[in-house]
Each structure stands twice: as structure tokens, then as C-alpha cells.
Design a protein around this ligand. Structure first.
Ligand SMILES: Cc1cc2nc3c(=O)[nH]c(=O)nc-3n(C[C@H](O)[C@H](O)[C@H](O)COP(=O)(O)OP(=O)(O)OC[C@H]3O[C@@H](n4cnc5c(N)ncnc54)[C@H](O)[C@@H]3O)c2cc1C
Length: 475
């Protein structure tokens, strides 16, 4: 019997779980996939938005600005890479300059600090590769970047280190309320909890429907991206947006915390299962990036991917106790700026909403600190040698592109939340994220997974059942 069951292992469920793990209660996370951070929190832009975009007085505006302020501290505690690189919204016409003025005053109303409209000359000084057709920009010094799945994994890992339980492959298919909530998974497993928090992203409408809550719907909007190799890393240092339209923030050009350049996303209404990239979508990313900047190094592209935004018909975040069932809380329709807002949403849900339902008492031994997941390549030779002396596995490089060692891979397979497949190792260590995209290291990673888990290599998958790499032995 749990005090609280959180449904959905994305950044919202993950950070709520972490906040709750600071209290003296029994909590669990239920995730339908074989790993956490598999929904929107896996594939997005990774921008810590300043907060000038959302309508004043909306939940998006409130949590965006608060989340932006909390992000440096939370990422420091969790050992997650974060950079306060600042953002620039580019204007290409006098009409767009007027929109920048509107964004500036909207941002100021939302509480964003330091917003400034800068001239073409100042813009080119900050970003020499921006198109000379840009006539000015809105500069937001509080904008930043973070790795979304690293933040999700670290928050869930830290919560588990503090006593939270994780159930993967737990596809919630029924919720009944007796005295407490009885949550049933498709494979028949059952969990009982006094309170339930629905953080199921694209699945949140279905989860709410299980308790008879039909107060919102959730739709899907796909965004396609192109990722450029680290060799293009210096191309832009700020996050560059075009002036937003009614359809959204549009395509951006941004550095990532790992030193790549990200181009995208598009915006297209789709089903949630559609994570495909298309030639039309990628072509529109290339064209827009070329309008915004000159000499975009497209030839350094190493991969493309897509993420699907889960937006609600209320066009704002839904963060509330259900009107149908006491003790059941919806965190639904958390589209952009959901990643930025997550630390603030988590504090609000754990402290205010759950705090009022259960009599929460802080744990004395809560440890908010987690060691960074991948760090080895950044150490000095002396520091590396020290670690290799203690554990020779750190002396064997497995991923040449990203310089990831066997020691880091073994750590990803044994620490909370444990990786179980090749993509899980990739998200935790960056093995396979470099220029060759795993072409060299994938078989070695598969061997290590089989060895550490004591299983046959034929059972090792890329990303869950049905993606086995090997079909049998030849000799
Ligand atoms: C293309 C794109 C770009 C974005 N860019 C940014 C950005 O730059 N900055 C920013 O702040 N925000 C951005 N966002 C928004 C941000 O990614 C989301 O707000 C955030 O990731 C939402 O997290 P979540 O935990 O609510 O959902 P998710 O990450 O989708 O997690 C939901 C989880 O619930 C699980 N689940 C679903 N159904 C069930 C079930 N029946 N049983 C058990 N588990 C279930 C899913 O498998 C999933 O793991 C972007 C989003 C997209 C898609």
C-alpha cells in the first residue's frame, strides 16, 4: 500500500516523485514503457525558457518563470548539465520589431528580468552567424539550456535513492476507488494508493477517463529536429528563436548542453504514435534555419528525430485535484514550457496539493545530491588515473566518439534507475550519441549489458521487446 502513486515517468512525474521523496511517505512511480523518459521528456528542444511567451496570469506563465529560477539549483543538486546561455528572438521586419516590443512587455508582466531589445549591430556582435537580414532582437539573459532526459533520469534516480519505488512496463489500464485507489496494469499487476497523480503526458486523458473525469482532451503536435555534430558547436552560443506566430514559437537554432547544435522543431498535428521524421519536415527545418542564419553547417548533421507535444483543449497546463474524485490529481496538457516549469510544478504539487491531502512530514535523512551521470571525459589525466586504479573498467573506452568508458556503462546498468537496453545506456552515458551513432560501440554495449545482467546476448534489445539485435548464433 502506497501513500502516493505517480503515473508517468516523464520530467513532471520524475520531479514530483523527487519532491515527494523528501517526505516520510511511501511512494511509487508507474511507467508503461521499459524505461523512464520515453515520452515528450525524451525528444524536445531542451530550452529553459525565460518566460516572455506565455499569456500573463496563465499557469504556463507562472510556472515558467518560477521554474526558470529554480533550474540552476536543482540541476546542480542532481549533477545535471545546465547552461545559462541567454536567448535571442530575431526580427526581420518592422512588424516583427513591434511583436518583440509586445513580447518584452508581456515578459515584464510575467516577472522576467533583464529583457532588452537590441539593434542589428549588437545582435551581430553577440551572434556573428545570424543572417544580416535580421534587423534586431529581443535578448533574454535568463534563458538557458538543459538535457531533458538527463534531468528526468536524475530526478527519478535521486527519488529512488531516497526510497521511492519504480515499476516499469506498468501500463495502467484501470483505476478503481474503494477506500483507496486500486490501479491495475495491463499484465494484471495491482498497486493500491491513498492518492494518485496523473502525469501520463499523452496518456493523461485516458488515465483521467478511468476515474470518470472527462474534463479535458489531449491532442498531439509533432516536432521534427536535426542534430548537428559537436564540430559545429561554436556556430551559435545563444538560443535563437524566430518571432513567434499563432502556431507557436517556431523553429530555433540552439546549442545543446553537450556541445551540439539543434535545429527545429516543426509543428504538425499527429497521432501520438507518430514519431517519424519526414523529408518535408526536415526540409522546412533546413529552410527556416537558413533564413535565420548564414552558413548553417548542415553537412555535419548526425541524426534527426521527432517528439510529440501533448497539448490540452484548455490551452494551459492542467494542474488540479479532479472534481470527480478526491485524492486524484491531474498534471495534464503539460506542453512547452513544461520542461522549464517542471521544478516549480513539482514543488507546487508536492507541497501544496498533496501536502493538503496527506499530513506530510519531512524526512530527516533526505539526500538531494546525486553524482553526475557522465563526467569521466572531462576529468584531468591525474583524476582519471585515480579512478582507473580503483576500477580498471574506467580504463577501457567503449564509445570512441564520445569517449565513454566501460565503467560508466556498468554504472548506468547498476544505479537507479537502471538501464535495461542499449538506448537506456545511451541516454544515461552518451555511448552511441556521437558521430557514428553507435555503429562502432553498439555490439560492445550489448555484450556488457548481457554480462552485467547475467543474460544471453540474444535477449539484449535496442529499446524494449521486439528490438532484439541478434536472432541467433552462427557457430
Ligand atoms: C517537440 C517538443 C519540444 C519541446 N520543447 C521544449 C522546450 O524547449 N522547453 C520546455 O520547457 N518544454 C519543451 N517541451 C515541452 C516538454 O517536453 C514537456 O512539457 C514535458 O516533457 C512534459 O513532461 P511530462 O512528464 O508531462 O510528459 P512525458 O514526458 O510525455 O511523460 C509521460 C509519461 O507517461 C507515460 N504513460 C503514458 N500513458 C501511461 C499509462 N497508461 N500507464 C503508465 N504510464 C503511462 C509515458 O510513457 C511517458 O513516459 C517540448 C515538447 C516537445 C514535444
Amino acid at each position: 500500500m502506497f501513500d502516493v502513486a505517480v503515473i508517468g515517468g516523464g520530467v513532471i512525474g520524475g520531479l514530483i516523485l523527487r519532491e515527494l521523496s523528501a517526505y516520510d511517505i511511501k511512494i511509487c512511480l508507474l511507467e508503461k514503457e521499459s524505461d523512464v523518459a520515453m515520452g515528450q521528456s525524451k525528444a524536445n528542444s531542451g530550452i529553459v525558457h525565460a518566460g516572455f511567451d506565455a499569456k500573463p496570469d496563465s499557469l504556463k506563465a507562472k510556472f515558467n518563470v518560477l521554474g526558470n529560477r529554480l533550474m540552476p539549483q536543482i540541476t546542480k543538486e542532481l549533477g545535471v548539465k545546465y547552461k545559462n546561455n541567454g536567448s535571442l528572438v530575431l526580427a526581420f521586419s518592422q512588424e516583427e520589431m513591434k511583436t518583440l516590443e509586445e513580447l518584452k512587455s508581456r515578459g515584464e508582466e510575467n516577472g522576467v528580468e533583464g529583457l532588452e531589445i537590441i539593434s542589428q549591430e549588437e545582435l551581430i556582435k553577440k551572434e556573428p552567424n545570424v543572417s544580416k537580414k535580421a534587423i534586431g532582437a529581443l535578448y533574454a539573459p535568463t534563458g538557458g539550456i538543459v538535457c531533458p532526459y538527463e534531468l528526468t533520469l536524475a530526478s527519478i534516480g535521486n527519488a529512488m535513492d531516497n526510497g521511492a519505488e519504480l515499476f516499469t512496463k506498468f501500463d495502467v489500464c484501470e483505476i478503481k476507488k474503494d477506500v483507496d485507489f486500486i490501479i491495475t496494469a495491463e499484465d494484471g499487476r495491482q498497486i493500491t494508493a491513498k492518492a494518485v497523480i496523473n502525469c501520463a503526458g499523452y496518456g493523461s486523458q485516458k488515465i483521467a477517463n478511468f476515474i470518470g473525469d472527462f474534463s479535458f482532451t489531449v491532442g498531439g503536435r509533432k516536432g521534427e529536429y536535426i542534430l548537428l555534430d559537436r564540430q559545429s558547436g561554436g556556430f551559435a552560443s545563444h538560443t535563437l528563436f524566430c518571432t513567434p506566430t499563432k502556431k507557436g514559437k517556431g523553429i530555433l537554432v540552439s546549442p545543446t548542453v553537450d556541445g551540439n547544435i539543434l535545429l527545429g522543431p516543426t509543428a504538425e498535428e499527429v497521432d501520438f504514435d507518430d514519431r517519424t521524421t519526414t523529408s518535408n519536415g526536415l526540409q522546412s527545418v533546413i529552410s527556416k534555419a537558413n533564413e535565420m542564419c548564414q552558413g548553417v553547417p548542415h553537412h555535419t548533421a548526425i541524426t534527426s528525430f521527432a517528439g510529440v507535444r501533448a497539448y490540452s483543449d484548455r490551452h494551459d497546463f492542467i494542474i488540479e485535484e479532479s472534481k470527480v474524485q478526491k485524492g486524484f490529481f491531474n498534471c495534464a496538457g503539460i506542453e512547452s514550457p513544461g520542461l522549464t516549469s517542471a521544478p516549480a510544478i513539482a514543488k507546487h504539487v508536492a507541497g501544496e496539493l498533496i501536502g493538503k491531502t496527506l499530513n506530510l512530514k519531512k524526512k530527516e535523512n533526505f539526500n538531494p545530491i546525486r553524482k553526475p551521470d557522465y563526467f569521466f571525459s572531462e576529468l584531468s589525466v591525474e583524476e582519471k588515473n585515480e579512478i582507473i586504479k580503483k576500477d580498471p573498467a574506467y580504463g577501457r573506452i567503449i564509445c570512441r566518439c564520445e569517449q565513454i568508458t566501460e565503467g560508466e556503462i556498468i554504472r548506468a546498468l547498476t544505479e537507479n534507475p537502471r538501464a535495461t537496453d542499449i538506448d537506456g545506456v545511451k541516454r544515461r552515458t552518451r555511448a552511441g550519441m556521437g558521430r557514428c551513432q553507435g555503429g562502432f560501440c553498439q555490439p560492445y554495449v550489448a555484450e556488457i549489458i548481457a554480462r552485467v545482467n547475467g543474460t544471453d546476448i540474444e535477449t539484449v534489445t535496442k529499446n524494449g521487446k521486439g528490438s532484439e539485435l541478434l536472432v541467433g548464433k552462427t557457430k
